[in-house]
Design a protein around this ligand. Structure first.
Ligand code: ADP
Ligand code: MG
Length: 231
């Protein structure tokens, strides 16, 4: 069952074309990884999916209203004296059930023990898990994340991907990432976006990868060249 359908989508900032003729279907339960070069339009497509931007051409149909979104580099002053539990409910309407929802969200990201910790005292990976908890506040069936592992150490990154895989048991995941080898372990579909979109299925990519080590640059160019048989 489809949760998202993008048809003939193009988007321009003023005169600059950021995305051109994008078609994309996401099914319930998918774990879609979006990769591609800097400036390729990855953040732009997420903003179109979350309605922060409107298409210049084409359409974005989202069959789910309740979505969680973790933007790129959340611009929060990490030295601000705020506790974890208050970050999780930040911006949401206050109601009596908040406490319960905060605890559920923190539990999902394995950070319940840190509810009263100030965010300044967390590691980068822990802090990112708190931002994910915030996106989970309303228990959305669709979770969208923009480079959630940027500037996090390798172990922290792996933890975040394991968490996403876990959440994928009952949620659809769309995540922008640079960590290709990690993504190949967890994603079910990969979209390479560089103004245009090229879809890949993960098993197909894995079969190309008989070596132990992926050269990211090689793989990127390969993804762009090999035609989109599956899209
Ligand atoms: P990515 O997330 O893949 O690095 P972006 O979606 O952020 O790429 O950007 C795609 C293109 O759109 C880039 O060329 C970028 O410079 C441009 N762009 C992004 N945001 C804006 C903006 N607010 N105004 C004008 N151009 C923008
Ligand atoms: Mg981006």
């Amino acid at each position: 069952m489809k949760i998202l359908e993008i048809k003939n989508l193009s988007f321009s900032y003023q005169n600059q074309i950021a995305l051109e003729n994008i078609n994309l279907d996401v099914d319930k339960g998918d774990f879609l990884a979006i990769i591609g070069p800097n400036g390729g339009g990855k953040s732009t497509i997420l903003k179109l999916i979350t309605s922060l931007l409107k298409p210049t051409k084409g359409e974005v149909k989202l069959f789910e209203k309740n979505i969680g979104y973790v933007p790129q580099n959340t611009n929060i002053n990490i030295n601000f004296p705020i506790k974890v539990k208050d970050v999780v409910s930040l911006g949401f309407k206050n109601n009596l059930k908040n406490q319960e929802k905060i605890e559920d969200a923190l539990e999902k990201v394995n950070m319940l023990d840190f509810a009263d910790t100030k965010i300044a005292n967390l590691s980068g990976g822990q802090r990112q898990r708190i931002f994910i908890a915030r996106a989970l506040f309303n228990n959305p069936p669709l979770l969208i994340l923009d480079e959630p592992t940027a500037s996090i150490d390798v172990k922290g990154q792996e933890n975040i991907y394991k968490l996403l895989k876990d959440l994928n048991r009952d949620k659809t995941i769309i995540v922008v990432s640079h960590d290709i080898s990690v993504i190949l372990k967890y994603a079910s579909k990969v979209a390479y976006i560089n103004k245009n979109i090229f879809m890949h299925r993960v098993p197909e990519l894995k079969s190309l990868d008989d070596k132990e080590h992926f050269c990211e640059v090689e793989l990127m160019s390969m993804l762009e060249e090999c035609s989109c048989k599956n899209s």
